[in-house]
Design a protein. Structure first.
Length: 239
C-alpha cells in the first residue's frame, strides 16, 4: 500500500500561527500516515495508487456474459485476458486480444473506468475460469483522499495526549468535550463523507497486487568499428 498523504502537508495542517512544526515528531507522523493510509484502503476495499493487479474470477454466464467489472479502478490498461470455458474445453485458456471501441471484434475493450466488455466472446459460467492482469489506480492521489488521510493523522496525533477524555470541567463552570469519532455508526463524519464515493462494492473481492514487469536492461555496445583504407567501416566482435 502507498502513503495517501505527505509529511509536509500533514505538518502544514497541524501548524498554528506563523510557526511551522519542528521535526521532533516526524517519525511518529510518518508512522501515523502509513497506518492511516492502510486503514483507508482497507475500508475502501481497494487500492488508490497506480499499480499492477491480477484477478482470477468466476465467469458470470447468465444474461450478461459479456461484461465484467474489475475490483481496482480506474483501469489504465489490460495486459492480458484469458478465459477457460466450454468453447475450448478445460485445456489451455483462450487468450483474448484487445480491440478498439469502434471495432467489430473479436476481442475486448475497456468501458468507463472499471469494466471489460467482450466482443465475439463471452464469460461462460464457471469457477476461477477467467484470469485478468491489468494496471489501475491514480497516478496522483486525489485531493479529497489526501485531505481525509491528513485529517485522520491530525486527529490521532492530537488524541494521543487526551486518550479517553470526553468532558473536562474547569472550575466547575466551563466544560470541554472532544469529538473523537472518525467513522460513526449513526452519522457520517467529514472523513467518511470524503472517502465514501471511492468505496468499492462489497460484491467484488479484492484483486492481487503484482510487481511491475522488470525494466528492460540496456546492454552496452561493445563492438568496435575498424576503418578500411577505402573508408568503409565494418563491425568486429571484441577480443
Amino acid at each position: 500500500m502507498s502513503d495517501l498523504a505527505t509529511l509536509a502537508n500533514v505538518k502544514a495542517y497541524l501548524s498554528t500561527g506563523e510557526r511551522a512544526m519542528n521535526s521532533r515528531d516526524d517519525e511518529l507522523l510518518v508512522r501515523l500516515i502509513g497506518s492511516s493510509s492502510d486503514f483507508i484502503e482497507s475500508w475502501l476495499a481497494r487500492s488508490i495508487a497506480l499499480g499492477n493487479f491480477q484477478e482470477m474470477r468466476d465467469g458470470p454466464g447468465g444474461e450478461r456474459p459479456y461484461r465484467m467489472q474489475l475490483a481496482e479502478y480506474p483501469i489504465v490498461s489490460v495486459q492480458s485476458l484469458a478465459i477457460r470455458g466450454w468453447s475450448w474445453g478445460w485445456g489451455a485458456p483462450q487468450v483474448i486480444p484487445q480491440v478498439d471501441f469502434f471495432s467489430n471484434g473479436p476481442g475486448y475493450f475497456i468501458e468507463g473506468d472499471n469494466s471489460v466488455i467482450l466482443l465475439g466472446y463471452r464469460f461462460p459460467r464457471g469457477v476461477a475460469n477467467v484470469l485478468i492482469q491489468y494496471t489501475a489506480g491514480y497516478a496522483s492521489i486525489p485531493a479529497d483522499i489526501q485531505e481525509a488521510c491528513i485529517k485522520m493523522v491530525a486527529l490521532q496525533y492530537k488524541e494521543r495526549t487526551r486518550l479517553g477524555i470526553k468532558t473536562v470541567n474547569i472550575g466547575g463552570v466551563e466544560s470541554v468535550t472532544y469529538d473523537t469519532s472518525m467513522f460513526s455508526v449513526r452519522d457520517m463524519s467529514d472523513v467518511e463523507m470524503l472517502l465514501w464515493q471511492y468505496r468499492r462494492p462489497a460484491t467484488i473481492k479484492r484483486a492481487i497486487r503484482i510487481p511491475p514487469p522488470p525494466t528492460a536492461i540496456q546492454l552496452e555496445d561493445t563492438s568496435t568499428v575498424v576503418e578500411l583504407e577505402s573508408g568503409a567501416p565494418i563491425l568486429t566482435e571484441p577480443g
